[in-house]
Design a protein around this ligand. Structure first.
Ligand code: 5AD
Ligand code: SF4
Length: 440
């Protein structure tokens, strides 16, 4: 019988966490753990948590309460909490839920195997340090496994912007960029394992300023270097702050074919007084001017954004300004949230907009955004688009791929085509996906 154990990871939140979960699984693979989708058969359960939205910590504690029950059948079950709630709560987690063995912050994942070795019954191990070194230096050297055609690659972590509502600067710490050479070698490795599309990740990815061979390089220069890699067909990046959209990055959208015409550029609000209270350090007009410059460089670019409604002090007129901005920009995709206070952030002490007002505003904003999303989906029907075929669809003989504009496309195609880019005629649009036909 194999003495390998089973690891169940539940991932919450952003793509950064998806990426980190993959890396944690890879490092625990070396410590004798195979991943499972069945929590009941796990020898270790890891919750990779997100702290960005409401009651995140409370949800983690109630999930931990349920997981603890699995110890009845499996007394040796190890329970770990990773991610931003781990970083924010630290020792508080084991005080409130003594069943937890491991608490590990996002900067300490490379220590997981050592933390496991250090575990003794009744003695939890906690590591939420922010070391100066690159946590990705410690990645296991696993060059064998083939990968799905699309992969994430973290290039930057943390944020120095301190938007008044946001926990990221506290949970992920100050902005740190990985050196260019390391990113290029990880990208080449991914490509050698079948990856055709890489999405560069960072909480503030366009503030990237990593050490290059001849001094610091910004995101545009990094993308240019990545575009030289043969076999890497598509490059994307997320998430960006408007104030870090430098000229060369805007120009790159018109000049680098491999850089996909899709940009996630959160604005949060269309009201200058709310933007000021949020400490965003840009105005609605400066955002709109920026959008015009980006569209001048790449006219077909699909734009995506994040919005918060009901930020403390937001009036009906402020909210209307958000609707006006959305009308002007015309988004292809968007994410919108009701404001929720995050303890420890500057806005947390301010007087809140009543819940029913927030809900009503969110519904109005989402109706407008949905209308724009539908219009964008419809606008590609009849066009022939290059689609990266990524995985089998639900039905036999069907594959799912992605258009340059990050739209899911369903089509009939042979599984051997997975990993290739094919010309596809888009024949119809449903709410969340497109249907297409391979061009013969
Ligand atoms: N309340 C509501 N939404 C928030 N976001 C971040 N913090 C909060 C908060 N306290 C949203 C922002 C951000 C996205 C990732 O989550 O819109 O861009
Ligand atoms: Fe949070 Fe983004 Fe603002 Fe940074 S720029 S504080 S990550 S919302």
């Amino acid at each position: 019988m194999s003495d390998r154990k089973k690891l169940f990871i539940k991932t919450y939140g952003c793509q950064m966490n998806v990426y980190d979960s993959e890396r944690m699984a890879a490092s625990l693979d070396k410590a004798g753990y195979d991943q499972t989708d069945e929590v009941a058969e796990a020898d270790m359960v890891l919750l990779n948590t997100c702290h960005i939205r409401e009651k995140a910590a409370e949800k983690v504690y109630s999930e931990l309460g349920r997981i603890k029950e699995l110890r009845v059948a499996k007394p040796d079950l190890k329970i770990g909490v990773a991610g931003c709630v781990a970083q924010a709560e630290g020792e508080e987690i084991v005080r409130r839920q003594p069943a937890v063995d491991l608490v590990v912050g996002p900067q300490a994942y490379h220590n997981l195997p050592a933390m496991l070795d250090a575990l003794k019954p009744g003695k939890p191990v906690i590591n939420t340090d922010f070391p100066a070194e690159d946590k990705f230096d410690h990645l296991p050297d696993d060059r064998r496994a083939r990968r799905a055609p699309s992969a994430f690659l973290t290039v930057q972590e943390g944020c120095d912007k301190f938007c008044a509502f946001c926990v990221v600067p506290y949970t992920r710490g100050a902005e740190v960029s990985r050196p260019v050479a390391r990113i290029l070698s990880e990208a080449k490795d991914l490509v050698s394992r079948g990856v055709a599309e890489i999405t560069l990740l960072g909480q503030n990815v366009n503030a990237y300023h990593g050490e290059g061979p001849d001094g610091e390089m910004g995101l545009a220069a990094l993308i240019r270097a990545l575009a030289e890699i043969e076999g890497l067909e598509r490059i994307r990046f997320t998430t960006s702050h408007p104030n870090d959209m430098e000229d060369d990055l805007i120009a790159a959208h018109g000049e680098i074919d491999k850089l996909m015409p899709y940009l996630h550029l959160p604005v949060q609000s269309g009201s200058d007084s709310v933007l000021k209270a949020m400490n965003r350090k840009h105005t609605a007009e400066s955002y709109f001017t920026l959008i015009e410059r980006i569209r001048a460089a790449r006219p077909d670019i699909a734009l995506s954004g994040d919005f918060i409604v009901g930020f403390p002090g937001e009036t009906e007129a402020d909210f209307q300004a958000t609707l006006d901005l959305v009308e002007r920009v015309e988004y292809a995709q968007a994410f919108s949230f009701k404001y929720s206070a995050r303890p420890g952030t500057p806005a947390a002490d301010r007087e809140e907009v009543p819940e029913d007002v927030k809900s009503e505003r969110l519904a109005r904003l989402q109706a407008l955004l949905l209308q724009q999303q539908r219009a964008f989906q419809e606008s590609v029907v009849g066009r022939v688009l290059p689609v990266l075929l990524e995985k089998p669809g639900r039905k036999d003989g069907q594959l799912i791929g992605k258009s340059p504009y990050l739209q899911a496309v369903h089509l009939d195609a042979a599984p051997e085509l997975i990993g290739t880019i094919q010309q596809v005629r888009i024949v119809s649009s449903k709410s969340n996906s497109l249907s297409g036909e391979l061009m013969g």
